[in-house]
Design a protein around this ligand. Structure first.
Ligand SMILES: *Cc1c(COP(=O)(O)O)cnc(C)c1O
Length: 456
């Protein structure tokens, strides 16, 4: 067996750690993000075997490369089977252009892929060491439900989620408040910023150290690695021989999804190009074009709301992967290899107007229903084909990721297409379930008292 992979901090000022430590720590002590010190390789022979493997078996093979023998094979197999107990449809749209629907998990969002695997990995290590962890996180809507569902009924982990009581939709709230058991939901009488500030204060409060807090947010390496699996899966299903390479269009906000794809690429997956499709928050496409990175503050409000990000939290990882360094303020202190970035990535920003027109045209032309995030991806792919017509060829395989289920955007879809998208099974029956949540004023001393009384 090769030496197990260690994980370094993108700020380069903290010691390297094992996968387990990176997973349970989340953020490195120097404020950087953990990255694998080397990328494991998928060679041609192994890649060929993937075409006959189920999704969870590919997940197992991929995880083993990053974990070495930290977790026995049979246990890891059970974990991947349990995490990925839903379909991953790759829907043909026209010629060899596809939509990969990452919306069949319990919260109908692609975040299920990462959160469910991370939860199971954390549970394993905590249980082995007879430790408990309290996940504390703030949500403006969808992330909370993905986390709540991913950790539901797991052992050794309890979850507290703060949400702004008046700022989430009824459906978003019900996705969190109808679970119960190890999932505690707290409505804050305030805004999302209040929730975030409360969480931040809790993390810096040494008086809460005994609770073993963790944030489970999107910068955790345990969420990143599982986001590489579906790229490998798609390529294994769509590439016919070793001369072929695939194109992906990735609707991007915090760039966790893209980092999953880049991880697969750097492991040797035959990818021709990643189209990085953003909404009007175009700081990264502008950076690719001009070499100048400027965050957008405050971020712009677009209908693809999960991508309203003016400074992607995973940008430091993208820069690190190409040999550069970006600090927490978003300043590039060492330039990455711009030529290699250009070779692998194509950035494109899509306006809300184009997003809406794309939802309409994909439905009218192909009879296929997509939602605003997937539409940004599809529109980005069309723009790329205009710019690089050779890649629009019918023989070139290309996949756009659809990151949420259209039924999560009923008003938008009704408005554009005059249809009511059917709720996926996972979201049905929420209205009949009983809700339960507590309410707190946005006052840190109240939250601290609550946490200590309930969890210490
Ligand atoms: C979170 C999210 C995105 C953005 O993914 P990143 O990894 O942050 O780039 C896109 N679409 C949906 C539906 C999401 O929930």
């Amino acid at each position: 067996m090769a030496q197990p992979i260690r994980y370094y901090s993108t700020n380069l000022k903290a010691p390297g750690v094992s996968f387990k430590e990176a997973l349970l720590k989340g953020l490195a002590p120097d404020g950087g993000l953990y990255m694998p010190e080397r990328m494991p390789i998928i060679d041609e022979t192994e890649f060929k075997t993937f075409s006959g493997k189920a999704y969870h078996e590919i997940a197992l093979a991929m995880l083993k490369k990053f974990l070495g023998d930290e977790i026995p094979d049979d246990i890891l197999l059970n974990m991947t089977r349990d995490a990925y107990n839903f379909e991953v449809p790759i829907e043909p749209v026209c010629e060899r252009k596809y939509l990969m629907r990452l919306d069949q998990g319990p919260t109908a969002s692609f975040k299920d892929f990462a959160a469910r695997m991370m939860g199971r990995l954390m549970q394993y290590f905590l249980h082995r060491e007879n430790r408990n962890m309290l996940i504390l996180t703030a949500t403006s809507g969808d992330t909370g439900s993905a986390i709540a569902n991913a950790f539901y009924e797991l052992k050794n982990i309890r979850v507290v989620i703060l949400f702004p009581e008046k700022e989430v939709t009824e459906r978003q709230r019900k996705q969190m408040t109808t679970l119960g058991k190890n999932i505690q939901i707290i409505g804050i009488e305030g805004k999302f910023d209040n929730c975030q500030a409360l969480v931040k204060q809790a993390f810096s409060d040494s008086g809460l150290q005994l609770l073993n807090l963790s944030s489970a947010n999107s910068i955790n390496i345990g969420r990143l690695i599982p986001q590489s699996f579906y790229y490998v899966y798609a390529a294994s299903r769509l590439l016919k021989d070793k001369q072929e390479k695939i194109i992906f269009s990735v609707p991007s906000g915090n760039f966790g999804n893209l980092m999953g794809g880049l991880t697969a690429l750097h492991m040797g997956l035959p990818v021709k190009k990643f189209i990085v499709s953003t909404n009007e928050n175009d700081e990264v496409p502008v950076y690719f074009r001009t070499g100048k990175y400027k965050t957008i503050v405050p971020s712009k409000n677009c209908i693809s709301s999960a991508m309203n990000v003016g400074h992607p939290s995973n940008m430091a990882r993208v820069i690190a992967l190409y040999g550069g360094i970006m600090n927490e303020q978003g300043v590039i202190v060492k330039e990455p290899d711009a030529e290699r970035i250009k070779r692998d990535l194509y950035g494109i920003s899509i306006s809300d107007k184009e997003t809406k027109a794309t939802i309409q045209s994909v439905y009218e032309r192909h009879g296929i229903l997509i939602e605003p995030h997937g539409a940004v991806g599809w529109a980005g792919m069309q723009e790329y084909f205009k710019d690089v017509p050779a890649d629009a060829s019918p023989s070139q395989p290309a996949v756009c990721l659809e990151t949420a289920h259209p039924a999560k955007f009923p008003a938008e879809i009704k408005d554009l297409l005059d249809i009511d998208p059917e709720l996926p099974k996972s979201l049905q029956g929420l209205d009949e379930k009983e809700e339960s949540w507590d309410t707190l004023k946005p006052d840190y001393s109240l939250l601290k008292k609550y946490l200590l009384e309930k969890y210490a």
